[in-house]
Write a protein that binds this ligand. Structure first.
Ligand SMILES: Nc1ncnc2c1ncn2[C@@H]1O[C@H](COP(=O)(O)OP(=O)(O)OP(=O)(O)O)[C@@H](O)[C@H]1O
Length: 298
């Protein structure tokens, strides 16, 4: 299968702030030399601690900022080749759902008008057809069609995130950037929203770039995982391989940081740690062999 998203050597440098008016800017290298691939209908999870550059990478793909170097392609779009105006077709092809379901929806507008706007702009719908499509979108994300008259503040956090997903789906994107989409939700709402996202992917073939700091959540939703640290991708591979046999010490540290509630799994994890220590002292290199198509960087 060919790649929908192809990122090569991506670099983003922010100009940074001046500590004092007379001192020079201190640039921040937020993303450095990143390569990523994502196929149609698949999910690539992007994990790493706060400040590792995940959101910056997502914003570069959305073309909300202009990268300092490298290339981004999404299908036929040469994203890094765009001038000042980003084509409307690209805005339709790539959509985003942000972390904050409270801040990302207009507080005063009805949810119906929030969903109607992209349908009007991108497909020229109006009248009955527009109302029907808004109702369909609400039902698609598990809400009632007659909720269209309500305003965002009348919804719970989970319901708002469903509305945000419906708004993103309205234009039938090929790629959806999900930037910490469940981090602000409680655990049971998280799993409902994740189940919804998986169902939508199965039905529509939309590819997801799923950005999160929580490796347990990312593992659950992703086919492949890329681990970011200080702006670089240090390890990439199929989700199970990255989580069960992490090749990079930083990935191992991230996995260690995930709380494990089940005693049997806690014991298995301790045993794996002991084995890893044993092999490390018997001369095995720190970065293990990766039998699949994974890449690691130290
Ligand atoms: N607009 C900006 N100007 C200057 N530096 C920035 C800007 N936005 C982000 N940074 C810096 O770039 C680096 C990467 O930030 P980014 O938000 O991409 O990380 P992240 O992994 O998404 O973190 P988080 O999970 O906390 O959002 C950080 O050092 C951050 O301080």
């Amino acid at each position: 299968m060919s790649d929908l998203l192809r990122v090569r050597g991506l670099t983003v440098r922010y100009p940074g702030r001046r500590p004092w008016p007379w001192s020079p800017h201190r640039p921040v290298d937020a993303v450095t030399g990143v390569d990523l691939d994502l196929e149609k209908g698949r999910t690539l999870g992007l994990v790493g601690e706060s400040g590792s550059g995940k959101s910056t990478l997502g914003r570069a793909v959305l073309r909300l900022l202009r990268p300092s170097g490298g290339t981004i392609r999404v299908g036929e779009f040469d994203v890094t080749g765009f001038g000042l105006r980003v084509p409307l077709e690209y805005r339709r092809a790539v959509q985003v759902v942000w972390q904050d379901p409270f801040g990302s929806l207009h507080p005063v507008r009805t949810v119906g008008s929030t969903l109607a706007e992209p349908l009007r702009i991108h497909f020229g719908l109006d009248g009955r057809e527009l109302r029907d499509r808004v109702g369909e979108l609400l039902e698609r994300v598990g809400l009632d069609a007659d909720m269209a008259d309500r305003r965002a503040h009348e919804f719970s956090g989970g319901q708002r995130q469903r509305v945000a997903i419906a708004r993103a789906l309205a234009v039938r994107p090929r790629l959806l950037i999900l930037d910490e989409p469940v981090s602000a939700l409680d655990v049971s709402t998280q799993s409902q929203v994740i189940a919804l996202l998986r169902e939508i992917q199965r039905d529509t073939g939309t590819a997801y770039l799923f950005i999160a700091h929580d490796l347990a959540v990312v593992r659950h939703v992703s086919h492949r995982i890329a681990v970011m640290r200080r702006g670089r991708v240090v390890e990439t591979g199929p989700s199970d391989r990255v989580c069960d046999e992490p090749a990079h010490p930083y990935t191992r540290a991230l996995i260690e940081a995930v709380p494990e509630p089940e005693p049997a799994r806690q014991r298995a994890r301790r045993a794996a740690r002991r084995t890893a220590r044993g092999t490390a002292t018997s001369g095995t290199p720190e970065t293990a062999d990766t039998p699949d198509t994974s890449d690691t960087e130290s």
